[in-house]
Design a protein around this ligand. Structure first.
Ligand code: ADE
Length: 305
């Protein structure tokens, strides 16, 4: 089946709209220009009704910090789902600087092979960055890159009243996700990270489609080292195999480097890859040989003088 390249719309609700300005730059800016991506950034305070435009209040049960109010977040998420009210009037982000002449909107449509869509659930995905969420993974980025709409809710302070997300399930598939075991001041930076990881996987966004097929995590392992010209730089020589022209040998070497690095810095990933049946006989042979070997380090060599 041939389908039109998926265009994605991302909406972000935040009290700091300018924080999302980096979404207009580089790869994402180019995707916006080409009509592959559109981004709406919405100021949560547009949904307040008091003179102070208050978005938070003290927590029930006591304790430090403030909790973001359901009466503000609820209508904001309702409107963003329907692209109505203030959410329907907010301008879309424009690319920061022109990258391409003419966009896909005006030009011919690009097509890719696509699998038939099986999931009938058309509710947009609502992504809530929070240190209390499930860890964000490449797998999630891959799944979300196939969505037509993603909505991000940026919390600040001690988070957002939990009832907002219970209620939002009527209109959204809600996903609470964490970037890692540390606490940021709010969700905005997490949105930039997640959006970049997702958008680069949309077909047509990266120039060279193969380049993300070799990403770290794409096959459960970390990517090995990369080198470019010159062959010798500050007395450090590129590993010889890479200049041998033997493609099979290069592929094996890269795979071995990937196994060595992963075993050294993220051993749990190697176990997961083995459990998922992602390692073949040659991989197991490499791993057995690496048992008890030194920690992975850049294999570039200093030439003998
Ligand atoms: N907001 C605050 N800390 C966060 C984290 N670690 N991941 C995602 N969102 C957050």
């Amino acid at each position: 089946m041939v389908a039109k390249i998926g265009a994605m719309r991302i909406d972000v609700v935040t009290i700091f709209p300018e924080y999302l300005d980096p979404l207009r730059h580089a790869l994402l800016g180019r995707a916006i220009e080409r009509g592959i991506l559109s981004v709406g950034v919405h100021d949560l305070r547009s949904w307040t009704h008091d003179v102070h435009k208050a978005v938070d209040d003290t927590p029930f049960g006591g304790g430090p910090g403030m909790v973001m109010k359901p009466e503000v977040w609820g209508p904001a998420l309702d409107d963003v789902a329907a692209l109505a009210g203030p959410a329907g009037q907010d301008a879309l982000l424009e690319s920061a600087s022109p990258h391409v002449r003419g966009g896909l909107r005006a030009g011919k449509e690009t097509t890719v092979d696509a699998a038939p869509v099986e999931d009938p659930d058309t509710r947009p995905v609502l992504i809530v960055p929070t240190p209390a969420g499930r860890p964000f993974t490449q797998d999630m980025a891959q799944r979300w890159s196939q969505e037509e709409r993603l909505v991000f809710a940026c919390g600040r302070y001690e988070g957002i009243d939990q009832r907002v997300f219970t209620d939002a399930q009527q209109r959204y598939r809600v996903e609470e996700v964490s970037l890692g075991d540390y606490v940021l001041i709010g969700g905005e930076v997490a949105v930039l990270v997640i959006a970049e990881a997702v958008v680069r996987l949309i077909p047509g966004v990266l120039g060279n489609r193969a380049s993300h097929q070799e990403d770290s995590f794409q096959d459960g392992l970390l990517e090995g080292p990369s080198y470019t010209k010159p062959r010798v730089w500050r007395d450090l020589e590129v590993p010889e195999v890479l200049t041998s022209g033997n493609h099979a040998k290069v592929a094996r070497w890269r795979r071995d480097q990937s196994l060595h690095r992963t075993l050294s810095v993220r051993p749990g990933l190697v176990e997961d890859a083995a459990d998922a049946g992602l390692l073949d006989k040659a991989d197991r042979r490499t791993l057995a040989a690496l048992e008890g070997s030194d920690a992975w380090s850049d294999p570039a060599t200093v030439p003998e003088k």
